[in-house]
Design a protein around this ligand. Structure first.
Ligand code: PSV
Ligand code: MN
Ligand code: MN
Length: 386
């Protein structure tokens, strides 16, 4: 038997962090299509994120990207967020958009470049102190393009040294989330290409170092839910960057390309006791051609739908079938949950908490899109595809 009331309580407690860069203009290396009304400042990104939270009720934090969201006074930015019912979330470092990083950042062969990258990471922790953020997200574009270009093992040593210094700088309640990615922009070796590499570094560092799983960062066919189950089991799953992909790191809306995969991931989260604040559920996506705010709302809803289905899996029936070795029955239990239409449950939950049951429609009715289209001229690029 599944408990609808318990499922609703869990859904009410789950929050999804939205990324500041999802609100800005973005694109591919071929073209950035500017959209009317996009934010011109980090403050305006927060205004848009507040719309997402107002409609969904479960998106109270916003991830920042430094330097894309650089401001003079981070405490003031945090105050501005609080006035809108938001908090500043994960700080994303950026050691990939500078000419100096041609051969890497913290893994670069030149000590001076490594130092520059490390200083940026340490500055990000200073910013966390000012914003009250818990997590520092580290994604490194470091790698090589040609066999022999650099020493693979020496690069791991340099990485470990930098990570160790950042780890020592973290406050009592702060964490670092190490993100892996199979390839791109490096095409031969990547210095943190997979969960195993991230896990090995995090294990050495200690409990404040955790792995973050970006759903778009694996080889096609990779069983991501297995990775999730394993990391949770080892106490090393720090969070997710949700997005969906058809080919590579497409950064499409979470749950759009493969909702079944998102369900399977969320099932392992629920199964492994990961539906807690210790696991950060973040979006990391860009909206190149679709309207941004409703796309973020839709993505949050997609995460909620996958979570709802995972919560509806009949655990007793599933383990009975598994114990009996009844393959088909076990699979049917999982598929029954996946095939449940959870939209009425979520609509009910929203109504119970004073929200419109249809967040996207409510957004379109709100007049916000018209207002920003008229008021904002010269929107800021998210940082991608320049
Ligand atoms: C680059 O692939 C990336 O999408 C990583 O996933 C980071 O999380 C994100 O950019 C922000 O730096
Ligand atoms: Mn990511
Ligand atoms: Mn990515």
């Amino acid at each position: 038997m599944t408990d609808r009331a318990a499922a609703k309580a869990a859904l009410q407690a789950q929050t999804v962090e939205t990324p500041s860069w999802a609100y800005g203009n973005s694109g591919t290396r071929f073209k950035v299509f500017a959209q009317p009304g996009v934010p011109r400042t980090p403050y305006e990104k927060l205004d848009d994120a507040a719309q997402v939270h107002a409609r969904t009720g479960v998106a109270p934090t916003v991830a920042l990207h430094i330097p894309w969201d650089r401001v003079d006074d981070y405490a003031a930015l945090a105050k501005y967020a609080a006035e809108r019912g938001l908090r500043l979330g994960t700080i994303n470092s950026n050691v990939f958009q500078d000419d100096d990083y041609r051969l890497g950042s913290v893994c670069h062969p030149d000590r001076a470049v490594r130092r520059k990258a490390l200083d940026h990471l340490l500055e990000c922790v200073d910013i966390m102190d000012a914003t009250g953020s818990r997590d520092l997200k580290l994604w490194f574009s470091d790698g090589t393009n040609y066999p022999g270009q650099d020493d693979i093992r020496a690069r791991q040593d340099r990485l470990a040294e930098a990570l160790g210094t950042v780890y020592e700088r973290l406050g009592e309640k702060q964490r670092m989330l190490l993100e892996y990615k199979l390839f791109e922009p490096a095409f031969y070796t990547t210095d943190v290409p997979d969960w195993g590499t991230a896990y090995a570094h995090c294990l050495r560092l200690g409990p404040k170092a955790q792995v973050v799983v970006d759903t778009g960062h694996h080889a096609p066919g990779t069983n991501i839910e297995f990775i999730v189950a394993l990391l949770l089991r080892e106490g090393k799953l720090g969070g997710f960057d949700f997005n969906s992909r058809f080919y590579a790191d497409d950064d499409l809306m979470a749950g759009a390309a493969d909702p079944f995969q998102l369900f399977r991931i969320m099932y392992e989260v629920v199964r492994g006791g990961g539906l807690t604040p210790d696991v950060a559920f973040m979006l990391d996506q860009c909206h190149n051609i679709e309207q941004k705010i409703p796309a973020v709302i839709r993505s949050v809803m997609n995460v909620q739908e996958a979570t709802a289905k995972a919560l509806l899996v009949d655990g007793d029936a599933l383990s009975a079938a598994q114990r009996a070795g009844d393959v088909l029955a076990a699979n049917a239990v999982l598929m029954d949950a996946y095939n449940t239409d959870v939209r009425p449950l979520l609509a009910e939950l929203r109504e119970e908490t004073g929200l419109d049951p249809d967040p996207v429609a409510a957004y379109h009715r709100s007049g916000w899109q018209q207002r920003i289209t008229e008021e904002r001229v010269g929107g800021q690029q998210a940082g991608w595809g320049a």
